[in-house]
Every structure is written in C-alpha cells, then in structure tokens.
Write a protein that binds this ligand. Sequence first.
Ligand code: COA
Length: 258
Amino acid sequence: MYEHLKTELRGAVAVMTVSVPKSLNALSGAVLRDMEHYLQSLDCHSVRCLVITGDGDKSFVAGADIGEMAPLDAAGGTAWGAGGARVFRMIETLPIPVIAAVNGYALGGGCELAMACDIRICSDNARFGQPEVGLGIIPGFSGTVRLSRLVGMGMAKQLIYTGSHIKADEALRIGLVNAVVPQAELMDKAMELAARIAANAPLAVQAAKRCINAEYDMPADEAIAFEAEAFGQCFATQDQKEGMKAFLTKGKYEFQGK
Ligand code: COA
C-alpha cells in the first residue's frame, strides 16, 4: 500500500509505522507524502485513535533525510520545511487523538513528529533531541514552535542551541513525554492507552481535542466561551443522552459516535 509506512487497523485504533530501515526511519519527501496520503485516507468516524511509531527497535524517526536536504538552496529549504510542517499540522489537527509510541531515536524531525502528536510515551532506550544547529540549520518542521510550548522556553532553548540528545528519563522529567516503559511493553501500553480513549464518547473526545488546541492561543474570555459552546453541543448527541442514562440506571451503553 505505502512504500515507507506500515499501516494497520486494530479495532477502532489505527497504527502507522514509519518504515525506512536503511536510514533509521528518516523522513524523506516520499515518506512525508506517504504520511499525508495516509492521514487523508483515515476515516475518523470509524477510527477513534491513531498510534504512530517507528519500525525496528532502535529508532522512531532519526530526523529529516539529510541526504535530501543537503543540496537545497534557500527557496528549496523553505519549501521543504513548509511541506513537513504541513503534514505535522495535519497530525496535530486530526479530529481524533494521536499517540506517539517513541521506540528509539526521536531526533530532529522525529522529535518534531512526536511533538505534533497529542500524547507521547516512549521506551526506555528512546533518545530525543533537536540537533539541527550542528548541521547549519534550525528545526524546520515546527520544532521551535512546539518544543517551548511543551517544555518551557528555557529548556527548549537549551536543547535547540546545544543540539544535545536527552535520554528517556530526562524527557519524562521535563514533560516532553508522559511515560517511559520497557521497550518490550511499549506497543502494548500505547494500545492500552488508545483503547481507553477509543472506549469513550468519540464526539466528546474530538470536541475536547478541538477545544484544547484552539483555546491555547486565545485570550481567556474567548477560550472560556469557545469551551462553553462546544460543551453545549455535546448535549445534542445521542451519546450524551444514552451515556448519562446508563450511568443513572446503572446500565451499560457503548458509545456510537452519534
Ligand atoms: N537522514 C539520512 N540518513 C540518516 C539519518 C538522517 N536523518 N539518520 C541516520 N541515517 C542513516 C545513516 O546515514 C546510516 O546510513 P548508512 O548505513 O548508509 O551509512 C544509517 O542511517 C544508520 O545510521 P548510523 O549513523 O550509522 O547509526 P548510529 O547508530 O551510528 O547513529 C544516530 C544513530 C541517529 C545517532 C545517527 O544516525 C544520527 O545522528 N543521525 C542524524 C540525526 C539528525 O541529525 N537528525 C536531524 C536531521 S535535521
């Protein structure tokens, strides 16, 4: 189906695995195109959560493809960055939650890919970093935007200016990941988390994602009003009616996404 991705559907959870063994899953233009097509093809009515991981036990994604970037001029560099940033923004704004299961190196574009996801968990061998300044460039797939939002400006500046790699426990300590697990358990833990999300009312989960993303950049009063509107809309759903009825009658109800 895709040359550089393995894709799978496990119940209501989709799994996208970046698979470029020769380059530790580096992101070439072709990989980014595969990702874009896959994201466009996802049916976010039947799929309730997406898990993104990397193939093998060494690397999640070892960055953007340095061989492809090396010959670019300023216009080419701008287009390259904008292309990757567009795909990562698609992930960030995908209607359903996206979990990064970081199974090894998440460097440069790999760290940026993980940061575009809603939730990050990683294996104990994971390594994170934005090493771009060591190559004469800066993070170009929105790393300067998202890293400071996730870990604060001081730590983001240190990581980006030094290009240092950090280990999983340090990534946990600074809030770059939500959990560290033994590598053998990573996918099980990611699927467990995805299943818990998928069992909840899908329209409510999607509304929560929309709110959290949109409200981040709004003044407080606007953000509060945005949430109030989205909250109200939940009461127009069958899942709210049936979900609350089931609670009050001690019955069971499986959310329908209606
Ligand atoms: N782009 C293109 N190729 C890459 C790559 C990238 N971002 N990262 C790794 N590769 C390739 C290597 O060139 C090597 O190819 P080769 O076998 O044809 O020589 C192969 O993947 C294996 O990598 P190697 O460096 O031999 O593995 P290692 O275990 O010694 O080191 C890393 C692993 C991740 C530390 C190292 O590959 C690295 O630093 N990669 C670049 C990370 C980076 O700077 N990313 C940001 C780019 S903006």
